[in-house]
Design a protein around this ligand. Structure first.
Ligand code: ZN
Length: 279
């Protein structure tokens, strides 16, 4: 059977003499593996089509197992996401999330549109870490693990303060906190953003300003939610963390200057550990 789909290349591996096997996340056929014969060869018309992160139209033949690429057309090469080291780390992480968190048939059109919007946002220079956190929330939702963030998971109370309990699947009020002693204390601003991430589609993300403290808390919260429910052990996460460590000191120094300005001149400036903990 011949398929004609819109897809994004989320994995591309060499196979045999000059061939590539690519995994596509598609708008209408879920996640699908196709063989691109000769695509590794310099003069192949398919060489650029099968590069990671490429968005295009793909025509392939498939009965069972791997499809065979017949033709295709690039709609957005996303070459910036391959050339910029930081963007490529984020793009690879998003691709691996889609690849690992879902079986072939589980991946639907919604996920395709979220990944496409994620790459558009990265390419357009939106705040990469925030774009990725929003994408992580969409992955949690698509996998059926959207956290309950409006009312207490234990008793339904809408009276804060709350703590976030990934294990319980949402927030716990003061009375219910004994259910999970490891629940996280987060700033109100972090809850607001988590709720916003739950509510909006990635295609609707505008510009967003997030303080370093809140940024750190978002990262901790989403990572804990993902590790608790999905446990994917992603290869791309280590590199992303290295980049983060590289850029974190500058962000933390800016946060200390900001806090110093707002506080009494003789008050101690919190050290890095405390800033990271969100105190
Ligand atoms: Zn409660």
């Amino acid at each position: 059977m011949i398929y004609r789909v819109e897809g994004i290349v989320i994995r591309s591996t060499d196979y045999g003499e000059g061939n590539k096997i690519v995994t596509l996340l598609t708008d209408s056929a879920g996640k699908v593996g196709i063989m691109a014969r000769g695509a590794k060869k310099v003069r192949s018309r398919h060489t650029s089509l099968v590069q990671p992160f490429t968005y295009g139209e793909f025509v392939y033949f498939r009965n069972a197992g791997l499809g065979q690429l017949n033709a295709g057309e690039i709609m957005e090469s996303n070459h910036r996401l391959r050339e910029d080291i930081e963007l490529s780390a984020y793009a690879a992480y998003a691709a691996e999330l889609c690849d690992r968190a879902f079986q072939d048939e589980e991946a639907g059109a919604y996920l395709f549109h979220q990944l496409k919007a994620c790459y558009d946002a990265l390419r357009e220079g939106k705040d990469a870490a925030i774009v990725i956190h929003l994408f992580e929330m969409k992955i949690l939702e698509a996998a059926g693990y959207a956290p309950q963030l409006e009312t207490c998971v234990g008793c339904g109370s809408d009276q804060g303060p709350y703590r976030l309990s990934p294990q319980s699947g949402g927030i716990l009020c003061r009375r219910c906190i004994s259910r999970d002693p490891a629940a996280m204390l987060l700033e109100e601003g972090t809850y607001k953003l988590l709720r916003l991430f739950s509510a909006i589609d990635l295609r609707r993300l505008g510009s967003i300003q997030v303080r370093p403290n809140t940024r750190q808390q978002l990262k901790t919260a989403l990572r804990s939610l993902m590790d608790t429910h999905l446990d994917l052990r992603l290869k791309t996460r280590g590199f992303l963390d290295q980049l983060d460590r590289f850029s974190a000191p500058a962000a933390q120094a800016a946060e200390r200057r900001r806090q110093h300005k707002e506080s009494e001149p003789d008050q101690a400036i919190p050290d890095e550990k405390e800033v990271q903990d969100g105190e």
